[in-house]
Write a protein that binds this ligand. Structure first.
Ligand code: FAD
Length: 654
C-alpha cells in the first residue's frame, strides 16, 4: 500500500511541496535505498578497506570492521551499578534521623551506613550464587537407602553465620537501642533483603520464634533456656534458625479447617506428632513451631480452631538423626528458588506443647505479626532496589540520542515508582517503630500504649497486604524500564519480580488479611478505628499548617470519614465482600498521613511532592466501588454470572 502513496505523480505538483510530501519523499528515498542498498554499502566498505590499508590510520581495527572482526561490535552497554544502599536512601535516613533517640542515632547511622555498602558486596555475590546453585533434595543414596539429604550451596550456608554476626535477629532482643531496637533491626533488614537471596525468610521465622519463646521464660523455662539464647545468638556456631509449619494440604488460609496433624501425649509429657506439612520454607532450620491437634486418651480430637495447639519441635535429634521427619519433595517454584521449600511427612516427631490446649492460633499470632512485617520489609525493599537500579540505568542508557533520564516521559514513569516506593518504606518503618514502642516505649502512658497496640493490630495486616501488591506492580514496571534487558535472567532483574510475587501469598493472602482487618475491628468492637482515626489526625497536624500540603491533608481526612461512614452502614455480608476495598482505602489513607507528616516535618521539596502525589490517587476505593454498586446481593450474583460465563461444567456449582 505504501508504494502507491509515495508515487511522486500523485503527491508532488510543481514547486509547491507540502510538509507531508517532503516526508513522503524521504520515505521514498529510504525505500529506494532499501531496494538497492549495494552501491551505498559498497561505498562504505571501500572506504573501510582504504582506511585499513592506510598505514597512517589510527583507527582501531574494531571500529574499522565493527562486527566482522570484533564479533560483538564496538558498543557496550554499561550495567546499572549498586552503590551504598543506605547512603542513597534519603527517605530511610530522614525517617531515622527524625525518630531514633539522639543518644542512639550515631551508632544506628554508622552501622547502617557500613551495612549499606556490604549488601552491595559479599552479600550480593552470595545471593547470585544462591540463585545459580539452588537447593536439591537427595532422597535416596546410591544403595537405595532413604537419606533425605538437603543439599544447599556454600553461599546459603554462609548466610547463616553472617546473619548471626550482623545481629539480624539478635539486635531486637539485645535492645541496645531501647525502643528503637526494632526500628533499627527492620531498617537493617530493609537493606539486607534484596541481597539476601531469600535467607530473610528463615530469619523472619527465627525472629518470630524468638518472640514467641521469649515469653515462655517463666512458664517453660527449659525451652526458653535451650532455644532463646541460640535463636538470638551472634555466634555462628551457636545460632539456630526456626521454621513455621502451619500450611497443610487442605489449607494454608483455613488452618482451623485444614490442620490434620495429630499430637499424642507421651508419658514424659512430651508429644509425638503425625501429619503432613505442605509448605515448609525453612527446611534446614534447627527448630520449628507448628500446629497440631491433641488426641485425648479416648482417641478424640477437637475440630476447628479450638482444637489447635502450638508445639516446639527440634528438627534433628541430639544424635544428629532426623526427628521423625521425612522430606518428601522440594517444591518447584516460580520464584524464591534459593529457598528450600519442602513437603514434609511428620512421622512420630518428638515435640513439646508450648501453648495451652486449644490456644495454638492465639499463641502463634505473635510470630505471624513478626513474619508479616518481614514480608512487608521484603516487598518494600524489593521496590527500593528496583528503583535504585532503574534510576542508575537511566543515566547509562541512551535512546534517540539522549540518556533515558533526559526523556521526560521516562522520568515521569520512574517518579511514579519512587512515590510508591517511599510510601511503602515509610509504612514499614512506622510499623517497626510502633512495634518497638509496644515492646519498650512508655508511649506517653498506659492508656495511650493500649491504643497504639490496637492500631498496630490493624496496621500490620494492612501493611502486609498493601505492600505485597505494590511490590509486584513496581518491580514489574521496573523491569520494563530496562527494556529488553529487564526480561533477561542473567541481569538478575527478573529474579526481583519473581521473588516478590510471593509477598502477597505467604503469611496470609490479600483476601485473608482483608478479613483479618475486619476481625481486628470486630474484636475491638470498633475502638480500633477510633484510635486509627486519632493517629491519622495526629499525623496530619503539621501538614494542615503548611499551605502546600493543606489540601492533601484535607483529602485524607475526608476520605477517611467517607470510608468509615460507609463501612459503618454496611451489613456484615456486604462488609466481607468489601473488605479488600476497605483495606486498600485504610492503607492508602494511612500511608498518605505518614507521608504528609514526614513532609510537614522535613519541609523538603521531594518529601512534599511525594506526599502530594500519593494523595492525588483515589484514597477511598470503598466509596468508589460502592458508587458502582459492587457490594450488594445483586452484585454478588453478577460476579458469579460473570466469572462462570461460558464455563463448561456448571454442575460443579451446585
Ligand atoms: C514459596 C512459599 C513458601 C511457603 N512457606 C511456608 C512455610 O514455611 N510455612 C507455612 O506454614 N506455609 C508456607 N507457605 C504456604 C502459604 O502460607 C500458603 O500457601 C498461603 O497461606 C495460602 O494458603 P493456601 O495455599 O492453602 O491457599 P488457599 O487457602 O486455598 O487460598 C486460595 C485462594 O482463595 C482465597 N481465599 C481463601 N479463603 C478465602 C475467603 N474466606 N474469602 C476470600 N478469599 C479466600 C485466597 O485469598 C487465595 O487467593 C508457603 C507458600 C509459598 C508459595
Amino acid at each position: 500500500m505504501l508504494s502507491f502513496r509515495i508515487s511522486p505523480d500523485i503527491f508532488i505538483s510543481g514547486n509547491n511541496v507540502s510538509k507531508r510530501n517532503k516526508f513522503l519523499l524521504r520515505c521514498k528515498s529510504s525505500f529506494k535505498a532499501a531496494i538497492d542498498p549495494k552501491p551505498k554499502q559498497n561505498e562504505v566498505l571501500n572506504q573501510n578497506l582504504k582506511k585499513a590499508k592506510d598505514s597512517n590510520s589510527k583507527a582501531p581495527v574494531s571500529s574499522v570492521f565493527p562486527f566482522s572482526h570484533a564479533k560483538l561490535g564496538p558498543f557496550k552497554q554499561e550495567r546499572p551499578s549498586l552503590d551504598n544502599q543506605f547512603h542513597q536512601d534519603s527517605l530511610l535516613k530522614g525517617y531515622l534521623c527524625r525518630h531514633v533517640g539522639e543518644e542512639h542515632l550515631p551508632a544506628v547511622m554508622s552501622d547502617l551506613g557500613r551495612f549499606g555498602g556490604r549488601v552491595t558486596e559479599d552479600l550480593y555475590r552470595n545471593s547470585l550464587q544462591m540463585e545459580a546453585e539452588q537447593p536439591k533434595l537427595e532422597q535416596l543414596d546410591a544403595w537405595g537407602s532413604r537419606v533425605d539429604r538437603l543439599v544447599t550451596c556454600r553461599a546459603w550456608q554462609d548466610m547463616k553465620g553472617i546473619a548471626a554476626e550482623e545481629g539480624l535477629v539478635a539486635s531486637a532482643y539485645e535492645r541496645n537501642f531501647g525502643e528503637w531496637s526494632r526500628l533499627y533491626q527492620f531498617a537493617k533488614l530493609y537493606l539486607y533483603e534484596p541481597s539476601a537471596g531469600l535467607y530473610g525468610c528463615p530469619l523472619a521465622m527465627t525472629n518470630g520464634a524468638a518472640k514467641t519463646i521469649e515469653i515462655l521464660k517463666d512458664t517453660q523455662p527449659w525451652i526458653y533456656d535451650r532455644a532463646f539464647g541460640r535463636l538470638t545468638s551472634r555466634d555462628p556456631s551457636k545460632f539456630w534458625t526456626s521454621g513455621q509449619w502451619m500450611t497443610e494440604k487442605r489449607g494454608g488460609s483455613d488452618v482451623a479447617g485444614g490442620t490434620e496433624t495429630l499430637a499424642y501425649e507421651q508419658p514424659d509429657g512430651s508429644y509425638k506428632l503425625y501429619g503432613y506439612k505442605w509448605f515448609s520454607s525453612a527446611t534446614d532450620a534447627d527448630i520449628t513451631l507448628t500446629l497440631a491437634r491433641v488426641v485425648d486418651k479416648h482417641g478424640n480430637v477437637v475440630r476447628g480452631t479450638a482444637g489447635l495447639s502450638l508445639f516446639y519441635l527440634e528438627v534433628q535429634l541430639d544424635n544428629g538423626n532426623m526427628n521423625g521427619i521425612q522430606m518428601m519433595k522440594l517444591k518447584n517454584k516460580f520464584g524464591t528458588r534459593q529457598l528450600p521449600t519442602a513437603e514434609l511427612l511428620i512421622d512420630g516427631a518428638i515435640a513439646h506443647r508450648i501453648s495451652d490446649e486449644g490456644r495454638g492460633v492465639a499463641s502463634i499470632a505473635q510470630m505471624l505479626t513478626i513474619t508479616r512485617i518481614h514480608t512487608a520489609v521484603h516487598a518494600s525493599s524489593a521496590m527500593r532496589r528496583m528503583v535504585n537500579l532503574a534510576r542508575d540505568f537511566a543515566t547509562r542508557r541512551k535512546a534517540f540520542g539522549k540518556f533515558l533520564h533526559q526523556h521526560p516521559l521516562h522520568m515521569k514513569t520512574l517518579a511514579a515508582m519512587e512515590v510508591e516506593t517511599r510510601a511503602a518504606a515509610i509504612f514499614v518503618l512506622e510499623v517497626a517503630r510502633l512495634y518497638g514502642r509496644q515492646e519498650l516505649g512508655d508511649c506517653g502512658g498506659q492508656q495511650q500504649k493500649m491504643h497504639e497496640a490496637e492500631v498496630l493490630r490493624l496496621v500490620v495486616p494492612l501493611l502486609k497486604l498493601y505492600t505485597g501488591k505494590q511490590s509486584v506492580a513496581v518491580t514489574s514496571e521496573g523491569l520494563e524500564s530496562f527494556g529488553g534487558q529487564g526480561y533477561i535472567e542473567d541481569t538478575d532483574l527478573p529474579r526481583i519480580l519473581r521473588d516478590t510475587q510471593v509477598c502477597s501469598i505467604w503469611e496470609g493472602t490479600t483476601n485473608i488479611l482483608s478479613l483479618d482487618v475486619l476481625r481486628a475491628v470486630s474484636k475491638s468492637k470498633g475502638s480500633v478505628l477510633v484510635h486509627f482515626k486519632n493517629q491519622v489526625h495526629h499525623h496530619l497536624s503539621g501538614a494542615h499548617e503548611l499551605s502546600e500540603l493543606a489540601s492533601s491533608a484535607a483529602k485524607v481526612v475526608s476520605s477517611l470519614d467517607q470510608t468509615l461512614a460507609l463501612a459503618t452502614k454496611m451489613t456484615p455480608d456486604h462488609l466481607m465482600m468489601a473488605s479488600r476495598d476497605l483495606s486498600y482505602s485504610l492503607a492508602r489513607i494511612y500511608m498518605g498521613a505518614l507521608l504528609l507528616d514526614h513532609a510537614g516535618y522535613t519541609k523538603h521539596d521531594n518529601d512534599i511532592i511525594t506526599a502530594k502525589r500519593w494523595c492525588e490517587q483515589d484514597l477511598s476505593l470503598l466509596h468508589t466501588s460502592n458508587q458502582g454498586n459492587h457490594f450488594s446481593d445483586e452484585s454478588q450474583k453478577k460476579n458469579a454470572d460473570l466469572v462462570f460465563d461460558g464455563y463448561l461444567r456448571p454442575d460443579r456449582l451446585d
